[in-house]
Design a protein around this ligand. Structure first.
Ligand code: ATP
Ligand code: MG
Length: 190
């Protein structure tokens, strides 16, 4: 027998007593799992018959992630590069324009209240680069219709976002296959 690492708990945790009409969730940190956790929650939401929207803030090249394909099949409204974003400005960097357009779309989707879950995937990056104003994102989340749950993903979540979220998880990188020279794997990473 090995020595125990922990004693088994003897006291139950205090009971939860409140119901919230909706939650703001942030998945951040430098370890793997921020987006996959969001898409795991997407499955739970779909299982309950919720309408779900996903807005992807970074273009990921020409390949589509596997979760986009299956999500669309399951009726998710998925907004990403090439899905009818309009181009109002020609003189700013294309990536910044994509992020700004994605935020315009996201804020509309949140405010119209048609979806029970809105996933803002990789939104922290354009926030940290100063491409979309953090104060505007925070205001949109705080002013959301009360039944709209929102999940934000990405490294280095801004403090102001962490402050208004109900649940914040930091994925910590213990080790990653990439550091051993292993390429991103279809079916696992996308
Ligand atoms: P995933 O989409 O796998 O849940 P993530 O959303 O936590 O990852 P991102 O920063 O969005 O992390 O990373 C996108 C891609 O980079 C994914 O293919 C992911 O597997 C990979 N990745 C995530 N964390 C690391 C890491 N610490 N080192 C190297 N690659 C990583
Ligand atoms: Mg991600």
């Amino acid at each position: 027998m090995t020595d125990p690492v922990h004693e088994p708990p003897t006291e139950p945790p205090p009971p939860a007593t409140r119901r919230a009409p909706s939650l703001i969730i942030v998945n951040t940190g430098d370890g793997k799992g921020k987006s996959t956790a969001a898409f795991g929650t997407m499955l739970r939401a779909l299982a309950r018959g919720w309408k779900v929207a996903v807005v992807q803030f970074l273009k990921s090249g020409d390949w589509k992630v596997g979760e986009e394909k299956i999500a669309r099949q399951l009726g998710v409204d998925w907004f990403a590069l090439g899905d009818g974003f309009t181009w109002e400005s020609e003189d700013i960097d294309e990536s910044q324009a994509i992020a700004m357009e994605a935020w315009r779309k996201a804020s509309e989707v949140i405010a119209d209240g048609e979806h029970h879950l809105v996933i803002l995937d990789e939104i922290t990056y354009p926030m940290n680069w100063g491409w979309i104003p953090t104060s505007e994102v925070v205001a949109a989340l705080e002013g959301r219709p009360e039944h709209v749950n929102v999940i934000c993903t990405g490294r280095d979540a801004p403090e102001e976002l962490v402050a208004i979220a109900h649940t914040v998880t930091e994925m910590r990188n213990v080790k990653h296959a990439y550091d051993q020279g292993i390429m991103a794997k279809r079916g696992i990473d996308y």
